[in-house]
Ligand binder design. Sequence first.
Ligand code: AMP
Length: 478
Amino acid sequence: MSEIIKAPRGTRDILPAESWKWEYVINTAAEVMKDFGFAQIMLPMFEHTELFSRGVGETTDIVEKEMYTFTDRGDRSITLRPEATAGVMRAALENNLCAQGAFAKLWSWGAMFRYERPQKGRYRQFYQIDAECLGIENPEADVEIIDLSIELFRRLGLKNLEVVINSVGCENCRKIYRDKLYEYFSAHKSELCESCLARLERNPLRILDCKNPECGKIADGAPDIYDSLDDDCREHFEKVRAGLERLGFKYRIDKRLVRGLDYYTKTAYEILSGDLGAQNAVAGGGRYDNLANAVGSSVKIPGVGFACGLDRVVLVMEEQACSFGKIPEPEIYVVADDEESRKHAQILTHKLRNAGVHVECDISGRSFKNQIRNASGCKLACIVKDGKFEIRSKDDSGVGIVSKILEREREKFVDIKNVLAQKSTGFVDKALEILEHERDHVTNIKNVLEKKRAGDYSDGIVKLDNLDEAFDYLSANL
Ligand code: AMP
């Protein structure tokens, strides 16, 4: 027998038990984007390879080792997008979104593809929420992007996050800095890992974010980028910091934060989670004033943006027991007793759904008993029998009241226990008497509660004579 074909390594299915949580995160992101004035853009999942090799940078890990590149049937080199920014910039240029000094605030979400070693929070197909502000050079745009990403996480209820920022300067500053780094790391060649030796020749800046602890120690003593920043880049960074402080944000400066993509200029930042292990970045971004030119624009279009890892956000939210809103549950379950009643149930369900009500009705031919069992999770059940409609509700408020009484009784038990603890014989007899009485009381309450939990709909039965009456009643009461 042939084996079931499995999903490729590094990919996974987001099943219904989880997908509703993703929907919540995406919907929350859409609300935050709206509040910040960002409009959604939907982009192709594949682009010409050149967009990424020129945009992201030939010497980056992404372009060197991680892209899913193939030749299509028309003999073109195509790449599944490893990130969104280059595609957003391409779309803006192609559609003249930033012509004559106009600016564009755009957001998007979707799958990205990188050939990386899969581990917790790292996949080969993963999802990002992405926001880009194009056409503005002002540091206030950087502050708005950082504010936007923090606000997204605040609304999602994420805790234990750290904002880390740095400035990587402009091209001119980086040239100077690169030479300084080359000189410094060349003197430590024998201590660097193999990858860093290659980085030294191609892009020494990348040694700064090597995860190898030995390289890290050497990088700690590397020249400081601030000594290479020109006045404009220094002033930009100061303004970004002042803006963040004005908004009351705490952040840490990490001079080794260079990020893995070549297009960054000036601001680079990341948001780290204390609950993710090695892959601890939930979002990263920064400014990219040269990207437009790198992908062929003759005019300068500055930009700043961020991408947040959706897979990791959901992981952290689960670990931190954050709320994902309400699990989608039917408001009413329509139960039918026999063949004729099933037809009524079908029409009623159709009409209620037309009216925008979340309704469940058995379509698999289950027995009446099984339908009732399924309905027990629902607050309302509509039982169709002999052409009549019976609406039964679970009285949740009743459950609440009983729970409260139960709590009160529990306190009484504590009192009785205290009396007993006094060990006076008269008191003991009295206390035992009360105790017996209260125990019966509590057992009764417990029974009521258990019946309710098991789906007893005996409260609030409403009997209706035909389908129209049932529909009118339900649409008025849901
Ligand atoms: P980057 O485009 O590398 O700056 O990544 C931005 C964000 O995307 C990161 O902070 C992660 O949250 C997420 N991310 C990047 N690569 C992966 C991956 N392979 N699997 C899951 N999430 C990722």
